[in-house]
Design a protein around this ligand. Structure first.
Ligand SMILES: [Ca+2]
Length: 203
């Protein structure tokens, strides 16, 4: 896929006679200015709604959290939220501070279910990371797991080094998702009440 002003990419189409095959779309991402980062989430027909969550350091000890209910802060913007299958759901990062940034995908459709393997086995979720005109990383949801939260990767704000996480975990009760911790990053530990964030209803 090549388009002027966009990052080129490629994907495989599946063609089977007299059958309609889902999830054959491909999202092209505009060339970024400078060294901005763009994170593109795409998936298949199921579930209907996956959500991108991005957390990171601020100039205080607090951490910011960009997602559908808080779509722009600290140089990070959720450009596009999609709740009708396929995506793309896109986050652009134009500012980096020292510390750990973390990108996660939450299965909002199955937010109240603790036995779902839809995110892992059916979603076909893929996360692509672009820096400037280059795709620098690709992640596919790990299969064979139960859970509605895919912790995809971390990025060091100072070096921009990406650390794949690829963990699938579950929530213990409805409407809460474990707040990404930074226990292993040398950052101030969050107090216990910050471990969970409330997921507001979709408009
Ligand atoms: Ca969504």
């Amino acid at each position: 896929v090549t388009l002027s002003g966009y990052v080129s990419g490629s994907f495989n189409c599946v063609a089977v006679g007299a059958r309609t095959i889902s999830n054959q779309n491909y999202a092209v991402s505009p060339v970024l200015s400078g060294d901005s980062l763009r994170i593109v989430l795409t998936w298949g027909a199921n579930p209907v709604d996956l959500d991108a969550h991005f957390t990171g350091p601020t100039t205080s000890t607090a951490r910011f959290h960009v997602y559908y209910a808080s779509d722009a802060t600290n140089g990070v913007k959720l450009d596009l939220q999609d709740g009708t299958s396929y995506g793309p759901e896109t986050i652009t990062v134009s500012q980096f501070l020292p510390g750990v940034y973390r990108y996660s995908v939450h299965d909002y459709t199955n937010a109240t279910v603790t036995t779902s393997s839809v995110l892992s086995n059916l979603s076909g979720a893929q996360v692509r990371v672009f820096q400037g005109g280059t795709q620098i990383a690709t992640f596919n949801a790990p299969t064979g797991r139960v859970g509605n939260l895919w912790t995809v990767f971390e990025m060091d704000g100072a070096t921009r080094a990406i650390t794949p996480k690829n963990q699938i975990s579950n929530i213990a009760s409805s409407n809460v998702v474990p707040y990404p911790r930074d226990d292993d990053a040398g950052e101030p530990a969050l107090v216990e009440t910050e471990r969970y964030f409330w997921l507001p209803p979709k408009k």
